[in-house]
Structures are given as structure tokens and as C-alpha cells.
Design a protein around this ligand. Sequence first.
Ligand SMILES: [Cu+2]
Length: 171
Amino acid sequence: MKHLLSLAFVTVAALTTAASAQDKQTATANFVGADGKENGRASLTTAAAGGVLIELEVSGLPANKWVAFHVHETGKCDAAGHHESAGKHFNPTNAEHGLLAANGPHAGDMPNQHVGQDGVLRAQVFDSMVTLDGKENGIRGRALMVHANSDDYRSQPSGDAGARLACAVIK
Ligand SMILES: [Cu+2]
């Protein structure tokens, strides 16, 4: 009996350790709109072979439109200042902006996403150039940003993507 009890204890301890290790592979982010109100959320998960999968849902966006989606370098979302507080795109390799630029892209560059008729953006996006907690390319503590216009993938420094409509600090 004593032996069985100690075995049970070991099993619970092992499960607890596995759970906390897995927690470090994920992050969440709550979006703040241009009006300062929360308008969406994202969950982020590290992929086994590197890169981060980002699942997001953001409401109150321009309906039926392609919009730019980036990681910006500073995890600060100040709606009163039009989210300029989030700074430039996350660009640890000092590359040019744009998925189609000769000397690009920024690690924080991602494909445009389509907003539905209901003004809601629902997307699952994979950024292979970042990690959550890596020293050079970690994005925890930085910001996700949805813009008013699409990214032309070439214009410097930010693809002519327009206003910053939704900003979320990655936690
Ligand atoms: Cu941006």
C-alpha cells in the first residue's frame, strides 16, 4: 500500500512538471481598438520545429477588406496616441520591410488577412521567423498590430499599411 501511494505521488508530480513546461510554449494577447476598448484576442503557440502559430479574432474592423498584420517591436498599446507607442515592426535582423522585398522581410512581417462582412477578422497565421522567448527573435512582450489597409509587401518602412486599428501586447 505504501508503495502504491508513493507511485501515485510520482505520477502527479510528473504531470505537473509537463504542464508547466507546456505553458511556456504559449502566450496570449488582448487587442485594444482605436477607441481604447478591447476588441479581440490572440493565442500564440510555439511550433515544434520553430516559428509561432498565431490564432486571432478581432472585431470592429473595416468590413470585407484585406488588412496588414505585423509584430511591432514595443509592447505598448496607447490608443490615444493611435498606437504609435508600439513603435516600428519587429526587425531583429535589420532587414528591409516586405515579404516581397529583395532585402526583406522583417521578422514581424506577415501576410495580409481578410476581414469578413461582419467586420470580424478570424485568422490563423504562422510566422516562421520568430519565437516566443528566444533571445534574438522572441516576441513575448512585443505587440501584434492590425492596420486599416493592406501591406503592399514592398514600401519602406511599413508597406503603406495605414492606420493602426488594433494593438495587442503579447503576454
Ligand atoms: Cu504594422
